[in-house]
Design a binder for this molecule. Structure first.
Ligand SMILES: [Zn+2]
Ligand SMILES: [Zn+2]
Ligand SMILES: [Zn+2]
Ligand SMILES: [Zn+2]
Ligand SMILES: [Zn+2]
Ligand SMILES: [Zn+2]
Ligand SMILES: [Zn+2]
Length: 349
């Protein structure tokens, strides 16, 4: 009676009503399988009342003090577990609750006591929750679960088809695809129908290649402010600026004439300066000659001056010597005179 044990202890056990179950054979007349308290089939610890012999679910009859059938109380109302009744009810042959007599339904049949386990574990037509976190898919049948989890569940693990990013299918397709750098997108200017570019190349495409992108005119530096599409640029230039080159040539000729005029004027100035320069150079060389001459004169002068000085010095030296000789002669004369004087005075005395 293992299955009964399971039914008793399983809190998620189905409450089965006789009218919902399709029995393979008619239920024996003497077997009343309905509990008159909860109205379900008596599968949970079937018990019998001693008063009237009526059967009830164990938990149902355990809550009352009088027999719900015959109103007996006290000693007359005793309850016993009935394992024979349990065996007879549990072994009734039934079809699965999910049998609708069609190909698209469960063809299981077996003893009533195995029905719960069949529904819990294996019936393909029972609704089951999706095991993927965050998936709230309702009405999912067990037979569809595998395919749902693998192919359709929005919360199934999923790798971006364009890069290596991984998350749930929902996140990748609803959020990541809006920012994935490799996601294929069309040119926002719709230049090539159906052609796509990886998102991270679109900017380059517009900047460098897109034939519909407005670009600056080749002659913008000459004042054209129009922005033709890149593919129309040549046509724009050859049409709008047919004469622009000859205009530019004229302008350039004019400019170069002006420059040549300026150059000529400069040359005249230069000529003038050259003449002036010649005159200045001549004057400088004249002056240089004069200076050289003066220098030579100065040297000659210096030489004769030195010569004269030497002569003068020699004369002075000569005169000096003569003077010394004269002084010495005079000194001698004086001395002679002195002694003569002394002699005179001596003789006078
Ligand atoms: Zn009951
Ligand atoms: Zn009773
Ligand atoms: Zn089934
Ligand atoms: Zn799911
Ligand atoms: Zn990606
Ligand atoms: Zn484009
Ligand atoms: Zn232009």
């Amino acid at each position: 009676m293992a299955s009964n044990e399971e039914l008793q202890t399983d809190p998620t056990a189905l409450t089965l009503y006789k009218d919902d179950i399709e029995f393979k054979k008619e239920i024996p007349k003497d077997l009343n399988i309905d509990c008159s308290i909860c109205l379900a089939v008596i599968l949970d610890s079937p018990s019998q009342a001693s008063c009237c012999g009526q059967h009830f679910c164990g938990p149902c009859i355990g809550k009352v003090n009088a027999c719900p059938q015959c109103r007996a109380v006290g000693d007359k109302f005793k309850v016993f577990k009935d394992t024979d009744f349990e065996r007879r009810v549990g072994s009734l042959e039934v079809y699965c609750l999910m049998n609708w007599d069609s190909d698209d339904s469960c063809d299981w049949s077996g003893e009533l006591r195995h029905l719960q386990r069949h529904l819990d574990d294996s019936c393909p037509y029972v609704e089951v929750p999706c095991p993927n976190h965050g998936c709230n898919k309702s009405g999912l049948l067990r037979c569809d679960l595998k395919e749902h989890v693998k192919k359709y569940c929005p919360m199934r693990p999923y790798k971006c088809r364009h890069c290596d990013f991984r998350d749930t299918h929902k996140f990748v397709t609803e959020i990541h695809y809006d920012i994935c750098p490799l996601f294929p997108v069309c040119c926002p200017l719709n230049c090539s129908k159906g052609k796509t570019f990886p998102r991270n190349e679109i900017e380059d495409h517009i900047k460098r290649d897109c034939p519909l992108q407005p670009v600056e005119c080749t002659y913008s530096w000459l004042g054209c402010e129009e922005k033709p599409a890149r593919r129309d640029l040549n046509r724009h230039c050859s049409k709008q600026h047919k004469y622009i080159l000859s205009d530019v040539c004229k302008e350039l000729c004019h400019e170069s004439q002006k420059m040549a005029d300026g150059l000529n004027a400069n040359e005249t100035h230069l000529e003038h300066y050259k003449t002036e320069q010649g005159r200045v150079d001549e004057k400088v060389s004249q002056l240089e000659k004069k200076v050289t001459l003066l220098e030579q004169q100065l040297k000659t002068n210096e030489k004769s001056h030195n010569e004269r000085t030497r002569h003068l010095e020699q004369a002075v030296t000569e005169m000096n010597r003569e003077l010394q000789q004269k002084i010495r002669a005079l000194d001698r004369e004086r001395a002679n005179l002195q002694s003569s004087c002394n002699n005179v005075s001596y003789s006078v005395k």
